[in-house]
Ligand binder design. Structure first.
Ligand SMILES: [Fe+2]
Length: 285
């Protein structure tokens, strides 16, 4: 059943907005996110985030402190366990690849779904980009849900899936799963979540962190997850963003998934992410 949310009614004020595709994503021009009057533009920017799922800005050469200050307008900030302990700004997660490390973010996912309260959104700022390649793709998982048959929607709406940090970070942080689980135990989330601000329903399982769907056999769980993961690959629910140094992508982690194309090795790509804490996912029929 379609939700009653009407994106056309969201007031994005005087923002200069150019949508990327009808499904998701918009570039916002003529704004300096480091300017002192940014605080007054936050309601418009928040509306644009809800309206487009992911919003992009160009030529924002913010300091780390300005990046953090901008993100704080939208909520409390997270510190990722992959952030080095001695880093001066622990809220900034640096994602750097080059000749010694191939990009690893080339799978469809939402961020930190292994948290009890996964993030509301991420604000990713490009510091250094390859001459070409390293694009990020975004998929609107509400539209993915809407494209399921009604029968499949009903089946998925009653299900719960388990999300596990160890699936990605045991190897990356060189830690035993049991050690990671002391701080971040595997966590249950609804397979379909209701967006807390728009009321839209979205598919909320992802290839990175979801281990299985509860109450199904191993084979049934794997089959259904594969089917749901594949929905993100539909070109008609996606947009693709080409980065420049100083570009920002700000995505609503509750409704979209993303994938960073890892096609630029051995060139360098250095990004900094500040992540806004979110709510516990829930489902309302
Ligand atoms: Fe990510």
């Amino acid at each position: 059943m379609a939700t009653m949310f009407d994106r056309a009614k969201l007031d994005t004020g005087a923002l200069d907005i150019k949508p990327l595709t009808p499904a998701i994503g918009a570039e916002i021009h003529d704004i300096d996110l480091g300017a002192p009057d940014t605080a007054q533009r936050i309601p418009e920017i928040r509306a644009a985030l809800l309206k487009y799922g992911v919003i992009f800005f160009r030529d924002q050469n913010l300091t780390q402190e300005q990046h953090i200050a901008f993100a704080r307008h939208f909520g409390d900030l997270e510190v990722h366990p992959a952030t080095p302990k001695d880093q001066p700004n622990p809220e900034v997660l640096r994602i750097a690849h080059g000749p010694k490390s191939r990009g690893q973010e080339n799978y469809w996912h939402s961020d930190v779904t292994w948290r009890e309260k996964p993030s509301l959104g991420s604000i990713l700022l490009a510091r250094e980009v390859p001459e070409c390649g390293g694009d990020t793709l975004f998929a609107n998982m509400h539209l993915a849900y809407e494209r399921l048959s009604e029968q499949m929607q009903r089946i998925c709406e009653g299900l719960t899936a388990v999300h596990d940090i160890a699936r990605v970070f045991a190897k990356r942080l060189d830690k035993a799963p049991a050690d990671l689980h002391e701080r971040f135990p595997p966590i249950r989330h609804p397979v379909i979540r209701t967006h807390p601000e728009t009321g839209e329903k979205a598919i909320y399982v992802n290839t990175a962190f979801t281990s299985h769907i509860e109450g199904l056999s191993e084979k049934e769980s794997a089959w259904l997850l594969d089917h749901l993961y594949a929905t993100a690959k539909d070109a008609e629910i996606q947009c693709r963003f080409r980065w420049q140094a100083g570009s920002i992508a700000f995505w609503d982690n509750r409704v979209c998934q993303h994938l960073a194309a890892s096609d630029y090795f051995p060139a360098r790509r250095v990004m900094e992410r500040v992540t806004i804490a979110g709510d516990r996912p829930y489902f309302t029929p």
